[in-house]
Design a protein around this ligand. Sequence first.
Ligand code: HEM
Length: 404
Amino acid sequence: MKDLKTAGQATDLPEFPMQRACPYEPPEGYAALREQSPLTVVTLFDGRPAWVVTSHALARELFTDERLSSDWTNPRFPVTSPARGALQKHNVMVGMDRPEHGHYRKMVIPSFTVKRMNRLRPRLQAIVDERLDAMLAAGPPADFVESVAVPVPSIAICELLGVPYADHEYFESETRKLVIRTSGEIAASALANLRAYLDKLIAVKEAEPGEGLVDDLIADQLHQGRIDRETLVKLCTIMLTAGHETTANVISLGLLALLRHPEQFDALRDDPDLVPGAVEEMLRYLSIAEVVSRVATADFEVHGRRIRAGDAVFFTNSAVNRDPDAFPDPDVFDVRRAPRLHTGFGYGVHQCVGQNLARAELDIVFRAVATRLPRGLRLAVPFEEVKAKGPAGPQGIIDLPLTW
Ligand code: HEM
């Protein structure tokens, strides 16, 4: 039975992660990997070989396998760029395993229940309306990323956490430096800046409590000795950064996909009740969280391969969600498909904490897109000029110039 070394010797190893040629399509090489085997070997920037999971069935099996660890402090935890390595020690919840992971997850999960999100919907609707009104009133051309896609989730997470939106330019630009990871130094300094910002905010809130998840965490966890201050700062940093950058990418790429598939856009305009299913289709089709990383902590066999403790294992969501065995005609963007069981939010114990918030935001945004934007809406630049973000971090576009 082949292990990482012997399986990798058979062929020239493809480099990983690969770059998307089209901002909403998976890198072309991922389908070829899946056709080879659901579990193949690739090579990382530093020459390290790694396993890549590309089939839906195997991904669902391994996402829940506790022998694959999320522990970022494990020295064998794989990194996909030198910049990511600088960030590994800054983990809480997302970079932890059971039982520590559950301890922190329990602190935040009550703030993201469907019930809480339903109560938040009128406020989210007002935020979306306000941003669209301003964009339409200013007239074309408009950058949809700057006008709607970034501000909507950013305002929403600020209100949920109790972070002042007045500071948005600062934390949005630091977050972008953090996730785009142009260099290890830039990413590490952005993270340090974000943490210093939240540390200061926590001090202000300790003196003068407000309303929001950060205030609740101070009162219920920090002041009760259930979390130390440094860990609280890290937790708040993760919630703030994950809370806006990800959803923003689905909003902008989702609209780009609709503009490139006008018959799908028309279907939503004709029947806005298709939007909830269309949002699931966007999460599947766009798979903006393209790569999820794990490290094996035990030797085991799976799919005729021997995984050894210390091996790097990556889930490629964009390949998993285009697996023809799970989704018929997987490369077709079909707003009526309403796919179930995609892994756009991951799967297993780390499945996205913010998914109910993201779904509520996306539902409201795309209902407004379907009902309020003029029929003549189109790209203000040739499609080839829409700038994509790089292969590290969440997939998305830098801007979306529109005219109508
Ligand atoms: C459409 C937007 C979003 C997408 C596609 C997305 C995707 C993901 C994925 C794939 C994971 C799993 C990572 C893993 O298994 O290692 C994850 C986890 C997480 N997400 Fe999201 N996310 C989105 C929105 C949000 C929002 C709005 C928040 C708000 C706070 C958020 C907070 C988190 C956190 C804290 C985790 C870590 C959970 C854990 O480790 O238990 N995400 N997300």
